[in-house]
Write a protein that binds this ligand. Structure first.
Ligand code: AMP
Length: 278
């Protein structure tokens, strides 16, 4: 496995790689969710490239950029074991040199959900992913369904800008009690960790209501919110029942629906989702 920090080195190395190339962009502090993407990239391609970059432009001024968990030595050990060929660990100064002023702004699908609560977040995500795609030139890139809106935004960007990379979406990997794996779970205290599965439990309640024939998103949201409110450490940021492609809120569920939510557990903001009708 080769660890590359510089853009020039990556570009030089890229010319000699065996095609197809699978790419997994991450912010590091890797867990089984990330590793499921890496294993899939390995399986479906001749070369697997993973990037570790805590992208400053996708964090709001009051968000957790400074305290975002980092452990690159441990990440590298995990990636070596998984058989990744190349790990790209650029410095922020090289990704965003002085004078940087070009941004990728995906409209409409960034207006709701996380986009509404984290202004500028998806501009940062789309810009860094576009830059990484230009550098890595992947055949396929692997993203987790855990970040459902991110998948929609990246697919839209790739389509709209005629990028040549296929986007592969991988299922959400969960802890034994249903909590979606996330680097941010490391912020949780023992009590908060015990409370955190309430996100998944409320999603399962939403699914159960739908299975029983409920098609009114207001009623589903109300029941889900009621369950979360019973947990004293949890407070709802939003609960959404949306069209999985446009992310517009649905009046009556007819076909597929993306049920997604963000909940603060103490000071930690967690997100999760499931799709109905799949
Ligand atoms: P991050 O390091 O949080 O930017 O995540 C890097 C990639 O891993 C993104 O495509 C995420 O959607 C994906 N990912 C994060 N957590 C999970 C999970 N629990 N299951 C599947 N994919 C995940």
């Amino acid at each position: 496995m080769e660890v590359i920090e510089g853009i020039a080195d990556l570009k030089r190395e890229r010319r000699h790689l065996k095609e197809p190339v699978g790419f997994v962009p991450t912010m590091g502090y890797l867990h089984e969710g990330h590793m499921s993407l890496v294993r899939r990239a390995k399986k479906e391609n001749s070369t697997a490239i993973v990037s570790i970059f805590v992208n400053p432009t996708q964090f709001g001024p009051k968000e957790d950029l400074d305290k975002y968990p980092r452990d690159v030595p441990r990440d590298l050990e995990m990636l070596e074991k998984a058989g990744a060929e190349i790990v790209f660990t650029p410095m922020a100064q090289e990704i965003y040199p002085e004078g940087f002023c070009t941004w990728v702004d995906v409209e409409k699908v960034t207006e709701n959900l996380e986009g509404a609560h984290r202004p500028g977040h998806f501009r940062g995500v789309a810009t860094v992913v576009a830059k990484l795609f230009n550098l890595v030139e992947p055949t396929r890139a692997y993203f987790g369904q855990k970040d459902a809106q991110q998948v929609v935004v990246i697919k839209r960007m790739v389509g709209d800008l005629n990028m040549g990379t296929s986007i592969v979406v991988c299922p959400t990997i969960r802890e034994w009690d249903g909590l979606a794996m996330s680097s941010r779970n490391s912020y949780l205290s023992i009590q908060e960790r015990r409370a955190a599965p309430v996100l998944y439990r409320s999603l399962l309640l939403g699914r159960k209501l739908w299975e029983q024939g409920e098609r009114n998103p207001d009623d589903i949201r109300k029941e889900m919110a009621g369950l979360i409110e019973k947990e004293p450490l949890a407070s709802v940021s939003y609960i959404s029942v949306a069209d999985p492609e446009t992310l517009a809120e649905i009046d009556t569920i007819k076909g597929k629906a993306l049920v997604s939510l963000a909940v603060n557990i103490g000071k930690t903001r967690l997100i999760d989702n499931i799709t109905l009708g799949e």
